[in-house]
Structure formats: C-alpha cells, structure tokens
Design a protein around this ligand. Sequence first.
Ligand SMILES: NC(=O)C1=CN([C@@H]2O[C@H](COP(=O)(O)OP(=O)(O)OC[C@H]3O[C@@H](n4cnc5c(N)ncnc54)[C@H](O)[C@@H]3O)[C@@H](O)[C@H]2O)C=CC1
Ligand SMILES: O=C(O)C(=O)Cc1ccc(O)cc1
Length: 286
Amino acid sequence: MPLIQRLCIIGVGLIGGSLARILREKGEVGEIVGIGRGEANLRRAVELGVINRYETDPVGGVAGADLVFLATPVCSIASVLARIAPHLAPGCIVTDGGSVKGEIVATCEALMPAGTFFVGGHPIAGTEHSGVEASFASLYQGRRCIVTPTAATDPLALHKVVRMWELAGSEVVLMDVEKHDRVLAAISHLPHMVAYALVNAVGGYDRFEEGILPYSAGGFRDFTRIASSDPAMWRDIALMNRESILEMMDFFSRYFAELRSLVDGEDGAGLEDFFARSKEQRDAIL
Ligand SMILES: NC(=O)C1=CN([C@@H]2O[C@H](COP(=O)(O)OP(=O)(O)OC[C@H]3O[C@@H](n4cnc5c(N)ncnc54)[C@H](O)[C@@H]3O)[C@@H](O)[C@H]2O)C=CC1
Ligand SMILES: O=C(O)C(=O)Cc1ccc(O)cc1
C-alpha cells in the first residue's frame, strides 16, 4: 500500500514537481493532483507524467487529499493555506517546502482546523532553475531535508512527513524553526545575496566603455551560478528571513573588511593565513 493515497501539490514547479516524480516512480502515491495558477504549466505537468490531473481551484483540488504539499514562493504559502484550510479532509496532513520556516510554521499551525495537521519542512536541495520542466526525480537523493516540528506537532503526522522525505532519498534532520532560519541565512541565503550583488557590481563596473562580464571565466561563472535563480523566489526569501539575513550580511561584512585591510596593508602573511583557513574549511566539506 502506498504511503500517500491522494497527494495534492500546490505549486507544481522544481520542488513540487521533483517530489511528485520520485513518489510516483517509487509507487508511494495513489494519485497526484496538481494545483497552480497557470493552466499551461499544469497541462505540461500532466504531459510530463509528473501529476495525474490538475485543478486550478485550490478548494476543489484539495478535496479528499490525505497529504497536501505547499510548494509556492514563501510569502504565498500561508495565504494559500488560509484559502484551503476549511476544505481539508479530516486527518489531512499539510506540509511545505519553503526556504524559511519561522513565520510559515507559526502562521500555518494556527490556521489548521481541528483534526488536521501541519508539519513544516525544507528540502536542502535545488538548482538555479525553476518550473516543472526543471524538475527531476533524483533531486532529493542523498540530500538533507530539514523538518521543523514544534511542541504542537502531531507525532503520527511528523512520522509520515519524515517517511515521505526518506522515500524521496533524503536524510531527514529535525530542527527547531529559529535555528533553521539562522542556519539557512548563513549557508544558503547569504551566498545568494553575495552572488546577486557580485554580478550587479561587476556588471555595473564603469571604468571602461564596454561591459566586462563577457570576459568572465570559470571561477566567476561557478561562483555566481546561483545568481541565475528566480528573482521572485529570492525576493520572498529576503523579505521573510530579513532579520537573520541582515545579521549574516553584517557578520560577513566584518570578514570582508578584514580581508580589505590585509590587502590594503600589503600583509602577505595575513593574506595567506586568511586564504589557508578558508581553504581548509572548504576542502573539509567536499
Ligand atoms: N528552487 C530551489 O532550489 C528551492 C526552493 N525551495 C522553496 O520551494 C518553494 C518552491 O520553489 P520552486 O519549486 O523552486 O519554484 P518554482 O517557480 O519552480 O515553482 C513554484 C510554482 O508555484 C506556482 N505558484 C506561485 N504562486 C502561487 C500561488 N499563490 N498559488 C498557486 N501556485 C503558485 C508557480 O506558478 C510555480 O509553478 C519556494 O518556497 C522555495 O523557497 C526549497 C528548496 C530549494
Ligand atoms: O542551486 C543551489 O545550489 C541552491 O542553493 C538551491 C537551493 C535554493 C533554496 C533553498 O532553500 C535550498 C536550496
């Protein structure tokens, strides 16, 4: 018997589409109903075999679902849930894949009617591409997924969400929402902010009449891959995790200022030490 009888995915893009693909491939879901705003995208999701059918009306779409996965940009997750909450089947579990957790988990828990359950989640896996065309079944294989239970979380609902991510190939880590938002601000949100700023800075450099980005080689392109990520998705993340991101941007600025002063002071030994400390830590995570 599959883990999920009727899975409803709201936002059939990279994250929702990839989860649908792997659960279908593994035979762990009876039926997948996609919900979204763009009918062309949903039709394409059916053609690609990602979902069985779609509904453009979220209220009708969630009827009879035992699990609903919210995979829209973070600022829309709670409002989508507010719309569907009164129409959820008894016992339904709602979970999400949003990149920020504190505000989403607090608001979503409060929206759930009695006898339905919310569990926050975040697969630490993705690419700089968006949309259902970019989705693939192995996205979550060998990656971590953070699940963020609270004191209010139902243990059976938590167990089912954890099992779902394990079946998708992920190692599940339980974490509280506050820690999640601080950790992600450091390891994911700050790098995206730096990459976006770096591309704009180099692209805006005006010492020469010509733009210089076409001269960029492998290093620049590797480093800035994530600056090709969806601007609307990152707008939402920056707005919602504002406080933790600002803390990390300020923390980072101190290191950047230290490096600037080593360059300014022609401190060769200091520079080598700065680079060696970084290389050692980065080599250790490869
Ligand atoms: N892209 C990535 O690498 C990762 C993204 N996430 C999170 O997953 C979520 C989804 O991201 P992606 O799949 O990358 O985005 P995506 O752009 O590929 O897919 C999002 C889908 O949601 C639809 N949508 C947007 N607003 C909607 C609304 N109000 N109602 C219904 N559908 C709506 C869009 O039309 C699109 O089909 C976001 O919350 C993001 O922060 C989490 C991990 C990795
Ligand atoms: O493209 C990459 O390498 C990413 O960093 C993808 C990513 C984006 C957002 C997340 O919340 C988690 C992972």
